[in-house]
Design a protein. Sequence first.
Length: 131
Amino acid sequence: MTNVVTFARALADATRWRIVKMAMTEAVCVCELADVLGMPQSTVSSHVQIIRKAEILESEKCEKWTYFRVMPAVSKLLVAMEEAFPEMDEQCEADAKKLKERLSQRVDSCCPGPKRLATRKNSRSRKTMCS
């Protein structure tokens, strides 16, 4: 894991926390995150890169898309943080509903879906194949 300061800085932004929360249960791409967050893909991508550099997210390249999911090594710590700091629960619940709706459209959207990250234990993502 990266050092504690880099880790804390990566989570010290409400948008990045929302991204991490969504990536805890699903492998998601930037376009899906952008749709849920209502932000430009370039902004979301910048946030994702900060989180990746802190070694919180793992990634999988599938065709021209990259999917992100929280690394198993940090999941327990993030769950503990979530329980200790529940102030964003309402926003994150709304994000989870939007994400579920967005992922239900994955088959008909531009995103083919991940392969490796979707098949990881405890994944609720649809299992799809990458070319």
